[in-house]
Design a protein around this ligand. Structure first.
Ligand SMILES: Cc1cc2nc3c(=O)[nH]c(=O)nc-3n(C[C@H](O)[C@H](O)[C@H](O)COP(=O)(O)OP(=O)(O)OC[C@H]3O[C@@H](n4cnc5c(N)ncnc54)[C@H](O)[C@@H]3O)c2cc1C
Length: 403
């Protein structure tokens, strides 16, 4: 087989790698996906999808399958923790003419990956290897040679291209010496989950609650049969996790946030650090980066996984066309420019701005911000513009403008 006609190798079997492999195989490109874990990972991470992401996954049947168990969130809120009257209520029905999916959609990431995997394994051109850890890549003019460790044994695979979708600590990104520019926030974020239904006390299924001392985000998630709520808060990096996460401390935090006569049931809690980083380029020769390997952002706005799937959706037709010989390789630079621009101008800018406004301390600035936000939410043309931006439609449109 001519090297240029060889398969594409995808490193990483998270949502972005799976989606990329599925799309390429579907487009007639043979793919080998290598995932270091013995099976799909089941960690509690992303869970909120925006309309363009649902649109990108729909042609493969993924979105319909998600609809069987997820939660549609047409209305969401931005509120203030100290002034309960400051509430901006957003209605995605205002953009129903722009998308078949005028809502945010909640489904745990670990329920998305088996759906994509189920479609992927039916693709005759796709091969998936678990316990296969990417180690290194060498590029020749005609292809890539990937070294990976499988069950403790070093193996080599040749391919036409390599897509690094191996997450935030990406070894592919390191192997090509790609700078990962940006910064890490000082706080550590804590996730708490409880079955208490915050809708009973006025919260929307998705609410962002601003507070200069400690903002809060709420997401209702489908769970297994009965919904539960995921709460994310920033915590002090100098206080040990075991102190913050002690059962009595978590209970006290919940009672302080929303006092009740009964104790809260706490289903789980976990911590994570948050970064704002973007790879300098998403392409280096025959190696492409997508998803968290190319960019990381804070969760305010739910852009991380969404933008990764949008990378895959952008890359698939371009890489398929180049692989089939119907487009020049320079089309891969367009992928780099388009997704880099959308990442920097939208995902990074909006997630950083969201965090800063959630934390506004100056009382006058906070009041002015909320008054403007409530006015925007209550004025259909302004709300529509806001929603086009916050639902990532603007980010995808911006990418498409870049030549
Ligand atoms: C707590 C939390 C909450 C989040 N909430 C949201 C949200 O609400 N909305 C949102 O859009 N985003 C959210 N995110 C971000 C989202 O989870 C990520 O953006 C998403 O997982 C990125 O997908 P990915 O496929 O690029 O990377 P990953 O999901 O990290 O997948 C990478 C895969 O590569 C594998 N891998 C790693 N190294 C190698 C190697 N050397 N060889 C082979 N395989 C390898 C890993 O095992 C993994 O399976 C959240 C993240 C966290 C941590």
């Amino acid at each position: 087989m001519n090297a240029a006609r060889e398969r594409v190798i995808v490193a990483g079997g998270g949502p972005v790698g799976l989606m990329t492999a599925l799309g390429l195989a579907h487009a007639g490109v043979p793919v080998l996906l290598i995932e270091q874990e013995p099976a799909l990972t089941i960690d509690l991470r992303a869970g909120s999808y925006h309309p363009p992401t649902l649109e990108a996954m729909a042609p493969y049947g993924i979105t319909d399958r998600m609809m069987e168990t997820g939660i549609k969130v047409r209305h969401w809120q931005i509120r203030d923790r100290k002034n309960p009257e400051w509430i901006a209520n957003w209605d995605l029905g205002l953009i129903a003419d722009l998308t078949p999916y005028p809502y945010r959609f909640h489904l745990e990431q670990h329920k998305l990956t088996p759906i994509i995997f189920d479609f992927l394994r039916r693709e005759p051109l796709a091969e998936v290897q678990f316990r296969a850890r990417f180690v290194d890549v060498a590029q020749t003019g005609e292809g890539v040679r990937v070294t990976y460790e499988r069950d403790g044994v070093m193996e080599v695979a040749d391919g036409a291209y390599l897509v690094g979708a191996d997450g935030g600590r990406s070894n592919v990104r390191k192997a090509i010496d790609m700078p990962f520019e940006g910064f890490t926030w000082d706080e550590r974020f804590m996730v708490i989950s409880t079955s208490f239904d915050f809708q009973t006390i006025g919260y929307a299924k998705n609410a962002y609650i601003a507070d200069p001392d400690q903002w809060v985000t709420l997401f209702q998630m489908p769970g297994d049969g009965s919904p539960y709520w995921r709460i994310v808060i920033p915590t002090d990096i100098d206080v040990p996790e075991e102190v913050i996460a002690a059962p009595a401390a978590v209970q006290a935090w919940l009672q302080n946030f929303a006092p009740r006569s009964e104790p809260y049931d706490v289903l789980y809690n976990s911590f994570y650090r948050v970064h704002q980083r973007v790879a300098r380029n998403f392409r280096s020769g025959r190696v492409l980066l997508a998803g968290d390997s190319a960019h990381l952002n804070n969760p305010l706005g739910a852009f991380g996984l969404n933008s990764g799937i949008q990378d895959a959706a952008n890359l698939i037709p371009k890489l398929a066309a180049v692989w089939h010989g119907t487009a020049p390789e320079s089309l891969l630079d367009v992928y780099d420019r388009q997704r880099h621009t959308a990442t920097v101008e939208h995902v990074q800018a909006n997630s950083i701005a969201n965090k800063k406004t959630m934390e506004l301390r100056d009382p006058e600035l906070r009041r002015a911000h909320f008054e403007e936000l409530v006015r925007t939410a209550n004025t259909p043309e302004l709300a529509r513009r806001y929603l086009i931006n916050s639902s990532m439609i603007a980010a995808v449109q911006r990418a498409a403008e870049v030549a």
